[in-house]
Design a protein around this ligand. Structure first.
Ligand SMILES: C[S@@+](CC[C@H](N)C(=O)[O-])C[C@H]1O[C@@H](n2cnc3c(N)ncnc32)[C@H](O)[C@@H]1O
Length: 222
């Protein structure tokens, strides 16, 4: 990656790892994300109800903080999936005890083809990751496949599209990412077969820069 055209973003080499954390910088970014994404996780999860029986998968689990959180809420097994080796290693470390007890599994793999049977999960979560999914509609259909009937997808993002925002444009270029609007998220979810779509938006701050940012969390049912 050529970072010469990236002017506004601090530490572009570090942030470039958000798409697929690798090596030492990947580890460092995961440690930062574990802390910085806590606000988004707490706010967004306040909009859903998780019961002690729910079987949960967290896609793009990064450092495994949300897997760890879900282990305190449900008595069922909790799964994390991420295609980054470093992320899976970090998630395993964070959830070592639960893995030893057979209550947690961390799987290295892509959202596009997940090693789970149809109708497996009550809840599938995706924090700060859908921006990077390679084929969003088909990836949502893959989530739909593994959810139980009446199961729920939950998406939480710290960004909505901002017009003429130079930093956001640089970020999109740096990370080759898609920042979806509320309408786009709803449209993709409907096309993938989901219904009962519920959207919450909050004016807040980007957890890395402190700049104004809109947070969104969205749930939908199979
Ligand atoms: C910005 S990080 C967010 C990590 C974590 N969810 C959090 O909130 O801190 C995005 C994560 O999504 C993962 N990811 C991106 N594309 C993926 C894909 N196609 N399949 C699985 N994981 C993916 C990355 O490896 C990375 O760990």
């Amino acid at each position: 990656m050529n970072y010469e055209n990236i002017h506004i973003i601090e530490e572009p080499e570090l942030l470039a790892n958000a798409r697929n954390p690798k090596g030492e910088l990947g580890e460092k970014l995961i440690e930062k994300m574990n802390i910085n994404h806590e606000g988004l996780a707490q706010w967004s999860l306040s909009h859903i109800k998780i019961t002690r029986n729910d079987k949960i998968l967290d896609i793009g689990c990064g450092g495994g903080v949300n897997v760890h959180r879900f282990l305190q809420i449900t008595d069922n097994i909790v799964y994390g999936l991420d295609y980054s080796k470093v992320a899976c290693e970090k998630s395993c470390l964070m959830n070592e005890d639960a893995i030893c007890e057979g209550r947690c599994e961390i799987i290295q793999g892509s959202v596009s083809s997940m090693p789970f049977d149809d109708n497996t999960f009550d809840i599938v979560t995706a924090f700060e990751t859908v921006y990077f999914w390679p084929d969003f509609l088909n990836d949502l259909k893959e989530v739909f496949r593994i959810l139980k009937y009446d199961g729920m997808i939950f998406i939480a993002n710290e960004a909505l599209p901002k017009e003429n925002d130079e930093r956001q444009m640089e970020l999109i270029e740096l990370l080759d990412m898609n920042i979806y609007s509320q309408e786009q998220l709803k449209d993709y979810l409907q096309k993938a077969g989901f219904s009962d779509i519920n959207i919450n938006v909050k004016e807040s701050r980007d957890s890395f820069t402190g700049e104004d940012a809109d947070w969104i969390c969205i749930t939908a049912k199979k």
